[in-house]
Design a protein around this ligand. Structure first.
Ligand code: SF4
Ligand code: SF4
Length: 669
C-alpha cells in the first residue's frame, strides 16, 4: 500500500525544527538540563511538586504524567531571578528561569509564525503584526485572562508581579514543555492558548466585530455582552450572553472570555459569513506519503498514519476537544467493494487518529442529489457503506441531524452564500476523507468535489441547473471549499473507480492514500496519477485562475508519484482530454461548450429500470419522467449533466453518442 501526502512549508518547518534542536543541544551542553540538574537540589518539595503537577495537569497543558526528573525543570521555569538570588536557598543552589525563557521565546514565536504561515494567507507585514500577541503586555494579559494559574505559581522575592515577570515565566514554561515533551506537545499547548487571539485579528473570524457591524448596519439597537465565569479557577469557562436592543439574542461558552463572546457571535447572530472555522493551508506545494495495497486494518492504519505524519501530524490540523466533522464520500451508500464510497477502513483509520488526538468526531454527509435528506435514507446509506460499523468500533457519532443553515460567503466569485448541512456549520473543523473516482461530467471526483456533499440532497440539482458548464461548476466548488475551508484532506485511492464513474465505473487499484491540506493540490496529484491533465479538471483550473494553486508547482513528499502512476487508467466515456495540439483544444472547447450533439446522451435501459424515480427527482431541468415504473428522457431538454446516470444504482441509464458525436470523437482521438 502506498500513500502520498501534500504539504505546505515542510522545508521551513523542518529547518526551523532543526534550528530549535540545535539550540536545545547547546543549552543542554551549557547546563540548562541533564547533568546540571544537581545544581537544583531543593526546589520541588512536596507542596511545590503538587502545585506544579496540578498546574500542568489542567488545560491547556494536559500533562498528567509528570516525572520526578522533569519536575525541577518546570520549577525552574517558574522561578524568577529575585527568588534565586535572594530567596531562602543559597543563590548557587537555585537556578532562575532566564535561560529557559530565552529558549521558550523562540519556541513560542516559531510555533505561532508557523501557524500564521500555514493557516492564513497573509502578507509578511500582517503576519508580523499578529505575531505581536507574544509581546510582554499582551502575553501577560492572555495568561491572566485565560486563568492559566501561572501568575500564582511564580516564585519571586520582594517584587510586585509585573507583565514582564508573568510573560517571562510563561515563555520559560513553554521552553520547559518543549524540552520535556517535544515540539508537537508545545505546539498543541501554544495553539490552544493563542488560536483565538490570532483569529481575533482576522476580520473574517472577528465574529464580535462582524456582529457589531451587522447590528449597526441594520440599526437594531444597543449591542451588549454579559459575561459570567464558571468552573474551577485554573480551568475557567466563560459564558457570554448577548442582547441587542435589550432583547436576548443567545448564549455562548468558551475557555476564554473573548472566546465566549465569539461563540455567541459565531453560532448565534451569524452576520456576514457563517462563522465556520477556517484553517486553509494557503500554498500549493504538496508533500509525501506512505503505502497501501488492500483494505486490511493494519495496512490502512499505517498508511493513513504515515501520510498524516508526513505533513506534520494530526496536531497540525485539529486541536484536542474540537468538534470535527469527518466528511466521507457517502453518495447514497454502496457496498465498499463497489468503490463508490470512501472505504470504511480509511474512514475508521482517520476517525481513530482524531479520537486519539482528543477530538469529538461526527461522521456526516448529505447523500447524492436526488436522495431525500432524511434520517431513514441516512441510516440506510451509513449501513451499506460500512459506516455504522465504523461508528460502533471507533465510538464516533453518525450524524442524523438533517437540518441545514445558510452560510454567507460575500467573498465568493460565483456564490455569495450556501445552504450547508448543520453538522458542518456546527463543527470546529472539517476533515475530508474523499474517494478517487472518475466522473462522467466533471471527469474526476476527489477532494474538492467531495464538499458538494455539504449541500443538502434535493438542493443539489439547482446547482447543476445554474452551473451547466463543468468549469462554471468547478468555480462554484472552489467557492464552496474556500467558504468552508476543510482543514485536512485524506483521499482513498487504494481501490479507485475507473470508467464511467462516479457510480457505474469499475474498481481499479491505484494503491495510494493521499493526504494534504489543499484540495486542489491533492486533486492535482490524483489527476497526474490517473493520466489526466490537471487543468482539464474544473476545480483545479478555477483554483489556478484565482492564484490558489499552480499545478506545475505542486510538490509531493513521501513516495514518488511517478512510481505509482496508472497511465492506462480508464477514463470516462465523456473524457476527451489527454491529446496534444492547439487545434484539438479549440475543437474540443467548441464541441464541449456548444455541442449537445457531441456530448453523450443519456438513455434508459428499459429492462433495468425499476421506476424508483431518483433520476426524475435529481434532473435539474425536469427532462426525466417516470410513468408506469419506467423512466423516459426528453433529450431536447436534457443539458447533459449526467446526474441521472450518477444517481441510478440499477445501471439503467446508459450513455451513448449519436452519429455526429461518434465522428467528432473519432476525429478528436
Ligand atoms: S432509470 Fe434508474 S434512477 Fe431512474 S427510475 Fe429507473 S432505476 Fe430509478
Ligand atoms: S436527463 Fe439530462 S439533464 Fe436530466 S439529469 Fe439526466 S443528463 Fe442531466
Amino acid at each position: 500500500m502506498e500513500a502520498i501526502l501534500y504539504e505546505n512549508c515542510r522545508m521551513s518547518l523542518h529547518q526551523a525544527t532543526m534550528r530549535l534542536s540545535t539550540i536545545r543541544e547547546r543549552l543542554r551542553i551549557g547546563g540548562l538540563f541533564g547533568q546540571k540538574l544537581p545544581r537544583h537540589p531543593e526546589p520541588a518539595g512536596r507542596d511545590r511538586g503538587a502545585e506544579l503537577c496540578a498546574l500542568l495537569a489542567a488545560p491547556p497543558f494536559g500533562i498528567t504524567d509528570l516525572s520526578d526528573a522533569a519536575l525541577p525543570l518546570y520549577d525552574r521555569a517558574l522561578t524568577h531571578r529575585s527568588y534565586a538570588n535572594g530567596g531562602e536557598y543559597p543563590a548557587a543552589a537555585v537556578e532562575d528561569n532566564e535561560r529557559l525563557e530565552f529558549l521558550g521565546n523562540y519556541v513560542l514565536d516559531f510555533i505561532i509564525a508557523d501557524h500564521l504561515y500555514d493557516a492564513y494567507d497573509l502578507p509578511p507585514g500582517e503576519m508580523n503584526r499578529r505575531l505581536q500577541v507574544t509581546r510582554n503586555t499582551k502575553l501577560a494579559n492572555i495568561v491572566l485572562e485565560q486563568g492559566l494559574g501561572i501568575d500564582s505559581a511564580i516564585r519571586r522575592k520582594g517584587l510586585a508581579l509585573t507583565d514582564s515577570i508573568i510573560a517571562d515565566a510563561f515563555e520559560a514554561l513553554i521552553g520547559a514543555i518543549f524540552l520535556d515533551r517535544g515540539l508537537d506537545v508545545a505546539r498543541e499547548v501554544v495553539l490552544a492558548i493563542f488560536e483565538d487571539e490570532i483569529a481575533e485579528c482576522d476580520t473574517r473570524r472577528n465574529y464580535r466585530g462582524r456582529l457589531q457591524e451587522y447590528v449597526a448596519q441594520q440599526d437594531l439597537g444597543n449591542l451588549a455582552y454579559d459575561y459570567r465565569q464558571t468552573g474551577p479557577g485554573n480551568c475557567p469557562v466563560w459564558a457570554a450572553r448577548v442582547t441587542v436592543g435589550g432583547v436576548p439574542l443567545g448564549k455562548g461558552e468558551a475557555r476564554t472570555k473573548q472566546g465566549g463572546g465569539d461563540a455567541r457571535g459565531k453560532r448565534g447572530a451569524r452576520p456576514p459569513r457563517g462563522g465556520v472555522r477556517c484553517n486553509r493551508s494557503g500554498g500549493t506545494r504538496p508533500s509525501p506519503s506512505s503505502g497501501a495495497g488492500g483494505y486490511g486494518r493494519d495496512e490502512v492504519d499505517a498508511a493513513v498514519s504515515r501520510a498524516i505524519d508526513l505533513i506534520g501530524g494530526m496536531g497540525r490540523f485539529v486541536a484536542p476537544k474540537e468538534l470535527v466533522l469527518l466528511k466521507p464520500n457517502l453518495l447514497q451508500g454502496q457496498e465498499p467493494e463497489r468503490c463508490v464510497t470512501t472505504h470504511p477502513a480509511v474512514v475508521a483509520a482517520v476517525a481513530r487518529l482524531l479520537v486519539g488526538h482528543g477530538c469529538q468526531v461526527v461522521i456526516g454527509d448529505s447523500p447524492g442529489a436526488g436522495i431525500v435528506y432524511n434520517e431513514t435514507n441516512l441510516r440506510r446509506a451509513y449501513a451499506r457503506a460500512g459506516y455504522t460499523a465504523v461508528a460502533e468500533e471507533t465510538s464516533v457519532v453518525l450524524n442524523y441531524d438533517t437540518g441545514y443553515q445558510t452560510v454567507s460567503y460575500p467573498e465568493g466569485a460565483v456564490m455569495k452564500q450556501f445552504s450547508i448541512i448543520t453538522p458542518a456549520v456546527a463543527a470546529d473543523a472539517i476533515v475530508v476523507v474523499s474517494k478517487a473516482k472518475t466522473h462522467m461530467w466533471t471527469r474526476m471526483t476527489g477532494a474538492a468535489k467531495n464538499l458538494f456533499g455539504l449541500i443538502p440532497g434535493l438542493e443539489k440539482p439547482v446547482f447543476h441547473f445554474r452551473f451547466q458548464d463543468e468549469y462554471a461548476f468547478g468555480r462554484m466548488l472552489v467557492d464552496l471549499n474556500e467558504c468552508m475551508k476543510p482543514r485536512l484532506q485524506v483521499m482513498d485511492a487504494v481501490m479507485a473507480m475507473e470508467g464511467d464513474g462516479p457510480q457505474a465505473g469499475s474498481p481499479r487499484k491505484v494503491g495510494v492514500i493521499l493526504a494534504g491540506s489543499d484540495p486542489a493540490a491533492v486533486d492535482t496529484v490524483l489527476a497526474q496519477l490517473i493520466g489526466m491533465d490537471p487543468l482539464e479538471i474544473g476545480t483545479i483550473r478555477s483554483a489556478a485562475a484565482r492564484g490558489l494553486i499552480d499545478p506545475a508547482a505542486v510538490r509531493t513528499v513521501g513516495d514518488d508519484p511517478a512510481d505509482l502512476a496508472v497511465p492506462d487508467f480508464k477514463k470516462p466515456s465523456t473524457y476527451t482530454g489527454g491529446g496534444a495540439g492547439p487545434w484539438r483544444r479549440v475543437v474540443l472547447a467548441v464541441t464541449q461548450r456548444f455541442g449537445k450533439t457531441y456530448a453523450p446522451r443519456p438513455g434508459v435501459v428499459g429492462e433495468a429500470c425499476i421506476g424508483c424515480g431518483k433520476c426524475e427527482r435529481i434532473c435539474p431541468v425536469h427532462a426525466v419522467t417516470v410513468t408506469e415504473s419506467r423512466a423516459t428522457i426528453d433529450l431536447s431538454r436534457c443539458i447533459r449533466c449526467y446526474c441521472c446516470h450518477e444517481i441510478c444504482t440499477e445501471h439503467a441509464i446508459a450513455l451513448s453518442r449519436g452519429l455526429t458525436g461518434r465522428l467528432l470523437a473519432r476525429l478528436l482521438g
